[in-house]
Design a protein around this ligand. Structure first.
Ligand code: CP3
Length: 342
């Protein structure tokens, strides 16, 4: 099926676009009353994520309600540990919890390499339903967590400011760390291939905890696995978003990816110099700008668009939209990008 709006894909491939495409990380979620209603019906976050019809429904909401140029499949990066044999819970207002985090060598060996069709079939089915219902309106983004970020949750057992248990493992048992990172990487490659077969038009890898590693640790424990993923996925454009990894931008630019995601601490002009001309940049408005009045949002969004320039840019926030953001403010951001002539 040909897409009616393929701005995102053209921008990712470095082709000319009439205007800059725009979407938001975490656009399918709590900012929308319509999401909260479906989430209520599902009973829980995991119930929602594992019911393909409902997951598809909330995936489509931001396309209809916010007017974004892409849908991102409603799921979570933590479905991979679950598929490998490490179940999680989502605690209201606190976030994810793994009741039995990975601690020993035996724990690592017990984990399986996830199979997309059998272990994550519910996500693939949600993608197929979403593609059908999108009917070519906009592209659908698939995603996964970066191996290091998934490793961090599997060892730590929950969110953390420091992820010191996970980092302790890197320093005290690097060999076991690599064994686990390899298993996560293999699972992730199977999973992303499954998403692409089901219809994902582009994939994004979230390295949300990149910034807590030193540059050297990042080179040892994250980049090689991102490289394996980028090399394995050749069917669709790929985006790498490594939050707070300002130190790794030039190295990420050496990966076989199309787009490098930037958070709001990264200057667009400096980032372009580090990344070079052959990648698309995605980002990077501070999500807190959306707490300001409409005029300020418009001004800051235009400032961002000017800083990136009209080519090889996908407009987004520098991280996921915060749940207490007014959807009208999000619409203001989206409309400002759409009305900005290239
Ligand atoms: O972007 C989208 O709209 C698609 C959906 C999506 C979710 N999680 C749904 C979600 C995506 C792309 C993610 C990715 C994700 N999940 C990341 C990487 C991006 C980032 O934010 O850095 C991470 C680190 C997670 C892990 C995770 N999931 C945490 C830490 C939490 C709790 C904190 C929070 O935001 O509530 C979640 C829960 C989660 N994932 C929610 C949603 C909509 C909220 C839970 C709910 O609705 O009950």
């Amino acid at each position: 099926m040909t897409l009616q709006n393929d701005l995102l894909l053209r921008a990712a491939r470095g082709e000319k676009t009439e205007r800059t495409p725009v979407w938001l990380m975490r656009q399918a979620g709590r900012i929308l009353a319509e999401y909260r209603a479906v989430r209520e019906k599902a009973g829980s976050f995991i119930g929602l994520a594992t019911t393909p019809e409902l997951a598809a429904e909330v995936t489509l909401q931001p396309v209809d309600i916010l007017g974004v140029d892409a849908a991102i499949i409603f799921s979570d990066i933590l479905v991979i540990p679950e598929a490998m044999g490490l179940p999680y819970e989502m605690i209201e207002k606190r976030g994810p919890l793994f009741p039995n985090p990975v601690q020993t060598e035996a724990d690592v060996h017990k984990l399986k390499i996830a199979d997309a069709e059998t272990d994550l079939g519910y996500v693939l089915e949600a993608i197929r339903i979403t593609k059908r219902e999108l009917n070519g309106r906009v592209p659908l983004i698939g995603f996964a967590g970066a191996p290091w970020t998934i490793f961090a949750y599997m060892i730590e057992g929950s969110g953390s400011k420091t992820f010191s248990k996970a980092k302790r493992m890197l320093y005290t048992n690097p060999e076991l760390s690599h064994t686990l990172l390899r298993k996560i990487t293999d699972s992730t490659i199977h999973y992303l291939h499954g998403q692409i077969r089901a219809g994902a038009d582009l994939v994004q890898v979230f390295d949300s905890w990149a910034g807590i590693l030193s540059p050297e640790q990042y080179r040892i424990f994250s980049l090689p696995y991102l490289r394996q993923i980028c090399d394995a996925i050749q069917e669709v454009p790929k985006t790498i978003f490594a939050k707070d990894a300002w130190f790794a931008r030039a190295e990420i630019a050496q990966l076989d990816c199309n787009t490098v995601g930037l958070d709001w601490t990264m200057d667009p002009v400096e980032s372009r110099k580090l990344v070079g001309p052959n990648k698309t940049l995605q980002g990077n408005l501070d999500p807190c700008v959306l707490y300001a009045d409409f005029q300020t949002i418009e001004r800051e969004t235009k400032k961002m668009l000017e800083a990136f320039g009209p080519h090889r840019h996908i407009a987004n926030l520098g991280h996921g939209v915060y749940p207490d953001t007014d959807p009208d403010k999000v619409r203001c951001f989206v409309e400002t990008v759409k009305n900005h002539a290239n």
